[in-house]
Design a protein. Structure first.
Length: 162
């Protein structure tokens, strides 16, 4: 259930950090529970309400998923954003290394956008001395693409246009 958009020419990147398949299946369990509540009243009403609750819960999970993007010279993660010229070299982590970055190596002062069920992590140091967060730690299903988009945006911002 990977939702990414990546345009090589413009250096833009966009990824929705949607819930994993198991979270969606677990959320869909709300449908039969709601139907069971209304089953003594009327079976047809119970089925309609159960289906509506199931669709609503899944839709809310998807709609509430944060988006990570790199565009217009900014790294955006959810509602937060930072200009790429204030960022250092991004580091990509996957597997056991990503687990360590989300756990024991996680700096509590860093800005975090971590999602369960998403293995990859990108750590981008903040070079702005006035920023209290020393780094951004962001979950990504395609961490190599996210890091490459940040690097491209940094190069684009440093290169003067002709």
């Amino acid at each position: 259930m990977q939702k990414t958009a990546h345009d090589v020419g413009s250096g833009e990147y966009r990824e929705r950090l949607g819930p994993s398949l198991w979270v969606m299946v677990s959320a869909a369990v709300a449908a039969p529970m709601a139907a069971l509540v209304f089953a003594p009243i009327d079976t047809t009403v119970a089925l309609v309400i159960g289906a509506a609750v199931g669709v609503a819960v899944v839709a809310l999970l998807i709609a509430g998923s944060p988006v990570v993007s790199v565009r217009d010279g900014e790294l955006r993660a959810g509602r937060a954003h930072i200009p790429v010229e204030l960022l250092g070299e991004p580091s990509v982590f996957a597997g056991e290394d990503a687990r360590i970055q989300r756990g024991s190596a996680l700096d509590p002062r860093a800005w975090h956008m971590l999602r369960g069920g998403i293995d990859g992590v990108v750590v981008v140091p903040v070079t702005d001395p006035d920023d209290p967060a020393p780094a951004w730690v962001v979950s990504s299903r395609t961490p190599d693409r996210l890091a490459a988009a940040v690097r491209r945006a940094q190069i684009t911002r440093r290169t003067p246009s002709r």
